[in-house]
Design a protein around this ligand. Structure first.
Ligand SMILES: Nc1ncnc2c1ncn2[C@@H]1O[C@H](COP(=O)(O)OP(=O)(O)OP(=O)(O)O)[C@@H](O)[C@H]1O
Length: 585
């Protein structure tokens, strides 16, 4: 229960509702327990009439009174049971909501490293399935426990009052039932988990194969994928059958135990009545109902124990993430005004999860409002520099300065607010094109959206779609070409009008002519902004104030276009190669 202590703050938050819930549960059980007593009393009235102890008149009056009381107690028990669920189960839903928000908000502050080292499926599972299991502890498990305890205490008091011996015989088989249910529900849970895992393998397989359907079709391997699917599917069927087998045992077992207890009460009760230990026959009827009433709550003990164990395991998994501290922390509370000067001093950086040293002693300086272009072979560390400017990682060696303040001493939110980032793989949300662009500036006007799209040279494409800027993207929307995605992503960054613009090879999917036009527009919009352009093309770099060429994490060339094309090395070679390609085309 150590892990579940995390929920105590929520129990405290909803303490009044919970207390009301507990109170209502107790009342509901007390009313429910009127039934056996009133049935017992009715049988005794009938028995008295048969023996001639009471008159017909008296018999009718007593019976009618009992029937009315029974009806009243049943109605009240029903109302209170409804209210019990409405309070306790609702509280568990509130707790589930709070916990989900807590986990989600924590996910948001965790650094990129956390996301690289944990699978998305795992993150999703902990916020959905695990939180769901914890809810069962905060709701049904709590409700059934209170229910069982109340029912037991009240019923046992009534029963002991009637007959101690018969009570002992009645409750004798119940612990056996509880243990059996515990064991069965444990197996049910294990097998359900296996079924869940198999279902998720099956859905991952299907999802991946549907996404890659064009590859499957072009390679003509439909038969092979059909066979793979069939194999997975038949494994799943077997696991489902195994689960169904054990589930099928649950209710027959309960009926068996109830049956045995009923026989025991009828037999022992009958003997006690015959030898005079029990005064009236109604007591036997009363006890027969108690047996039925107590069986489910007792079975629930085993079930609840299992539920709590599962909730504990789930909460442990949730706590693991909640206790993960973000690697990147904000050290300054006051917001700062970022001008955009960037200075790297002998920066070395090793990716913490893979130990790949991506940068080795990198130094450069960009004044606010100037443009830096970074070139270099793939894997040379270009993207890493952009990630470090946005402080997605902290460096191990050297220093990064933003406006003469160490990056770690800048307000993290001001820094990120001052950056417009266009990543290598443009990511667009399943939303309208307009909202995807407005993601950069929530309150942007339609004109601003159109201007940004025009500057990114994507306006013409957008208006060509039937729904224009309201066209929905993503799974159920239209699919954009790589170049269109890149340009929408550029529009999203420039609409924000940030002090620092970071472009990560974001023109790779557009032709050189469009690239030229976009660069011209970008020159205009980023006139007084610090701009860092990562590219594989000289054409993207040639107008930059400063150019650096990276190789294997080190700077191998620096200068500007004019100086670098006159120096032997990577830049000049690339320039000549791309020049001749252009001439050919
Ligand atoms: N998130 C990461 N975790 C671990 N290693 C990484 C990560 N991102 C990049 N690397 C490694 O760091 C090195 C530099 O990668 P980086 O992405 O900065 O190169 P790049 O020059 O931008 O390459 P490209 O031109 O292909 O985009 C590579 O060896 C890469 O494998």
């Amino acid at each position: 229960m150590k892990e579940l202590k995390h929920l105590n703050k929520y129990f405290y938050k909803y303490r009044y509702r919970l207390l009301v819930g507990i109170f209502i549960t107790i009342i509901a059980r007390i009313f429910a327990l009127f039934t056996p007593r009133l049935i017992g009393a009715s049988i005794n009235v009938a028995s008295d009439k048969l023996k001639g102890n009471i008159s017909m008149e008296q018999f009718k009056d007593d019976l009618m009174l009992n029937i009315l009381l029974l009806l009243g107690a049943a109605v009240l028990a029903g109302i209170f049971t409804f209210m019990m669920r409405q309070t306790i189960i609702n509280v568990s839903r509130y707790i589930e909501y709070d916990l989900k928000n807590e986990v989600y908000q924590h996910y948001q502050v965790l650094s990129l490293k956390f996301y690289k080292s944990n699978r998305t499926g795992d993150l999703m599972n902990r916020i959905s399935e695990d939180v769901g299991k914890v809810r069962s502890y905060a709701g049904p498990a709590l409700m059934y426990s209170i229910n069982t305890v109340t029912l037991f205490i009240v019923a046992l008091i009534y029963m002991f009052n009637r007959s101690v011996e018969l009570t002992l015989y009645t409750i004798l088989p119940l612990p056996i039932l509880s243990v059996l249910i515990y064991k069965i529900s444990k197996i049910i849970n294990q097998r359900s988990r296996i079924v869940q895992e198999s279902l998720s393998t099956l859905s991952t397989f299907t999802q991946e194969h549907f996404s890659g359907i064009s590859v499957i079709k072009s390679y003509g391997i439909e038969d092979r994928t059909n066979t793979d699917f069939e194999t997975l599917s038949s494994e799943n069927r077997q696991k489902q059958i195994n689960l169904a087998k054990i589930q099928a045992l649950f209710f027959p077992l309960m009926i068996l135990i109830i049956g045995l207890s009923t026989i025991m009460v009828a037999y022992i009760g009958g003997r006690l009545y015959i030898n005079g230990t029990i005064a009236d026959i109604g007591t036997i009827a009363e006890f027969l109902i108690y047996v039925n009433m107590l069986t489910w709550p007792v079975a629930v003990i085993g079930w609840v124990t299992n539920m709590v164990q599962q909730a504990e395991a789930s909460q442990k998994r949730i706590n693991e993430f909640l206790e993960t501290k973000p690697d990147i922390v904000n050290t300054k509370n006051e917001l700062t005004d970022i001008q955009g000067a960037i200075r790297f001093e002998n920066v070395s950086f090793e990716y913490p999860d893979t130990n790949i040293v991506a940068l080795k002693g990198v130094s450069f300086n960009i004044e606010a409002g100037k443009t830096l272009a970074i070139l270099g072979k793939t894997g040379s560390g270009k993207t890493t520099i952009l990630d470090l400017i946005g402080r997605l990682y902290d460096i191990q060696d050297g220093e990064i300065w933003i406006d003469d303040t160490k990056i770690t001493d800048q307000n993290l939110y001001s820094l990120r607010e001052a950056i417009g980032y266009v990543p290598q793989d443009a990511f667009l949300f399943s939303d309208s094109i307009k909202n995807n662009i407005k993601f950069g500036k929530e309150n942007a006007t339609d004109e601003e959206v159109i201007t940004a799209a025009k500057n990114a040279m994507v306006h013409k494409n957008i208006v060509g779609f039937k729904n224009g800027y309201d066209t929905v993207l993503g799974e159920r929307g239209i699919t954009l070409s790589g170049g269109q995605k890149q340009r929408i992503s550029i529009a999203r960054a420039i609409i924000k009008s940030p002090q620092i613009l970071l472009f990560d090879d974001c023109l790779s999917a557009v032709d050189t002519e469009t690239e030229e036009k976009i660069l011209k527009n970008l020159n205009k919009v980023s006139k007084d902004k610090t701009t860092v352009i990562v590219s594989h093309r000289v054409s993207s770099a040639k107008n930059a104030d400063h150019i650096i060429v990276l190789e294997d994490g080190k700077i191998i060339q620096t200068g500007n276009h004019a100086s670098l094309i006159n120096t032997d090395g990577y830049y000049k070679d690339l320039y000549l190669k791309q020049l001749s390609e252009k001439e050919i085309s």
